[in-house]
Design a protein around this ligand. Sequence first.
Ligand SMILES: [Zn+2]
Length: 335
Amino acid sequence: MYEPGDVRVEEREDPKIIEPSDAIIRLAATCICGSDLWPYRGVAPVDHQAMGHEYVGIVEEVGAEVETVKVGDFVVGSFVISDNTCEICQTGFQSKCVHAQFVDGTIGTQAERARIPFADGTLVATPGQPSEDLIPSLLAVSDVLGTGWFGAVAAEAGPGKTVAVVGDGAVGLMAVLAARELGAERIVIFSRHQDRQELARFYGATDIIEERGDEGVAKLKELTGGLGAHSVVEAVGTQQSFMQAIGSTRPGGHLSYVGVPGEVQIPAMPLFFSEIHTLGGPAPVRRFLPDLIQLVWDRKIDPGKVFDLTLPLDRAAEGYEAMDQRTAIKVLLTL
Ligand SMILES: [Zn+2]
């Protein structure tokens, strides 16, 4: 991305092994993330940046120290590089690894090939070569499903719980899927788009609220005996969505926030008086990769349905435009 709104596909140098813990992968597919829209819209700074942080592909080369993946393996990786061995990783927060590095902006996986540092700690091999139709779902694991899953786990979605999801983008929809898989009793999504409501129902939403802001909170309270939801996942990252999420969480409940925030300021008073648990941030997708890959492999979940537009990589600019205009939920780029 040269500058906001200016996406170009051009030749870059082929990646090479630099560190002995590196792997080089040939991508099988990649995609555009909602968070890529922040620089696209000029909300986050961008200047000739290599874009993309979601990826699946085949290992082409490994450094001398790589042990868990080998040449020819089909792998899924997290959007944050991690060693998966440090103290932070061992507690399940691999996205804050002492060696953490964002794939976005530095490696940039909207590309044919990529160098993945700390391959053992970042990549997980699938049980075999996937059939073509599984690739979108495996790609979803790399970020959007992993992030929605973290949102649901961090909000402590589970049996007997009412879960509310703020945001009907791909991450919000994946949080619905995760809440269902984790056994939530009732799953409410805030959405005013017909096509997204349908997909939310497919993934397990039991109730849909079209109102936003305070009206949305009031509607949710109506549905929950005036209490609010036990678990709330914030998957947008705007001022309104964040305040709506805080307002939707019942006292003693759990709020997670996994939408990358734009310019959001959280006033302390409403947060203080809400008396809620909060946890959020870039999802430690690596924690969930083995289980989520297996769920996809066994065809128990179908996260790949969030991709509603597929374009070849060299038409990436059109994909950004479609997501920016909200004519597509999420764009898969083929190679
Ligand atoms: Zn680590």
